[in-house]
Design a protein around this ligand. Structure first.
Ligand code: ATP
Ligand code: MG
Length: 394
């Protein structure tokens, strides 16, 4: 057994010593066979959740009604899920209720794709009743059983199919493609939060353009909040590896007017919406990489916009120039100015008011552009002159 399975092997052993079956399952086994970096390790067992809770000292009872107990081992969480079937799918979503069963095969059968329906025991022996290994070898995504049935049970699986295309550089079978076309409307029953998670993984995958092509070909384009814009397939997404860049590129390609409104439809976090909005606004306003532009955007946003310009306009990267300018900025925020609000009130000889913000803004710009030095005496003189001019303009 190889890393990272060595540590959780102890969970398998403990369950087996107590008379239960236990296997590694799902994405970690798939990625192990492919040779990709392995993410979360999931375990399937014949033990009931209450038995799992009893056997391990540190557990988190998150999804116990669905049969999942998180076992914590040396600060690492592992999901241990009781073999189960899912029935009574309501509204084309995952079922509310699950039935615990005693066979591994039954558990593998409920899984979405053959590549995800492989179990691995403690000797690296694979249990693969649906030909998942073969599918992996051929690089294809096929459902366990009839695709129409599986997508109408749980419509999110259609999004999972296209995101795996992008992440794994696999292709979907013609059967899966046709079934997506026929069942695409069912996606409307799925919570946007869950669709969004899959879509983000798709954008960050290696073959996003190919996945977008499938989204266009199957008509999923009209179901998702994508403004029915086929232009998605015209750009090279391969260098996009960070979430905010991905959402920003999406907004720019779709020519979204109200970024925040659009991203709220996708149910993104406020933090992500703010970051993306800042990036998009900056992209649309920047004409030249001046020190003040870079001061206003900050290094992270500037580099992101530089990257987006390369993708969207095919221009050369100006990363080196941006970094140099950033490193030589005299200040990085108003806090770095050698004067505070109190000083301005006294030097400007006027009562506190909204003028302070305006004064700081102009002062920052002048310091960043090198017009005045960040020195108390110089600033004092500048502020008193500014204050006089301010009087005249009022
Ligand atoms: P990732 O590498 O992104 O985690 P994954 O395949 O492990 O991919 P998870 O969402 O972690 O995806 O799910 C773990 C396993 O549970 C899957 O491999 C699959 O066997 C099963 N599974 C997950 N979602 C579904 C679903 N909607 N329908 C059927 N089986 C599913
Ligand atoms: Mg996983």
């Amino acid at each position: 057994m190889r890393d990272p399975f060595i540590k959780p092997l102890a969970i398998l052993h403990k369950l087996q010593q107590n008379g239960y079956l236990a296997y590694f399952v799902g994405g970690s086994v798939r990625d192990f066979i492919i040779g990709r970096p392995i993410g979360d390790i999931d375990i399937a067992t014949s033990a009931r959740p209450e038995d799992v809770v009893r056997l391990f000292p540190k557990v988190i009872e998150v999804g116990i009604e669905h049969g999942t107990v998180v076992v914590v081992l040396e600060n690492e969480p592992y999901e241990v899920t009781t073999f189960r079937t899912e029935s009574d799918y309501k509204d084309f979503r995952r079922p509310e209720e699950v039935t615990f069963i005693s066979s591994l095969e039954g558990d593998l059968e409920r899984r979405d794709f053959t590549m995800n329906a492989i179990a691995m025991d403690e000797n690296e022996t694979l249990i693969d009743p649906f030909g998942g290994r073969n599918a992996i070898k051929r690089g294809i995504i096929e459902t366990v059983g009839n695709a129409d049935e599986r997508f109408s049970e749980d419509a999110l699986r259609m999004m999972r199919a296209v995101r795996f295309m992008s992440q794994l550089s696999f292709t979907i079978t013609p059967e899966v493609k046709e079934a997506i076309r026929r069942n695409r409307h069912l996606l409307q029953n799925i919570a946007m939060e869950r669709i969004s998670v899959e879509f983000q993984k798709l954008m960050l995958g290696n073959k996003a353009t190919e996945a977008f092509r499938t989204i266009v070909d199957t008509g999923l384009l009209d179901i998702l909040p994508l403004y029915e814009k086929k232009e998605l397939i015209e750009y090279d997404w391969t260098t996009i590896s960070e979430e905010t860049s991905a959402w920003s590129l999406l907004c720019l390609i779709l020519e979204v007017e109200d970024t925040a409104l659009f991203l709220r439809k996708w149910k993104l976090s406020n933090k992500r919406i703010k970051e993306t909005e800042k990036t998009v606004i900056f992209y649309r306003s920047i004409k030249e990489w001046t020190p003040f532009a870079i001061y206003q955007s900050g290094l992270e946003v500037a580099l992101r916009v530089n990257h987006l310009k390369r993708i969207l306009q095919g221009v050369q990267s100006e990363e080196e120039k941006i970094r140099l300018i950033y490193e030589s900025l005299p200040i990085y925020s108003p806090k770095d100015i050698e004067a505070n609000g109190k000083d301005l009130v006294s030097w400007g000889n006027r009562a506190q008011g909204p003028w302070i913000a305006q004064c700081i803004q102009e002062l920052s710009e002048n310091i960043v552009c090198g017009k005045i030095e960040n020195d108390r005496n110089v600033i004092k003189e500048w502020v008193s002159k500014w204050s006089l001019k301010f009087d005249e303009s009022c």
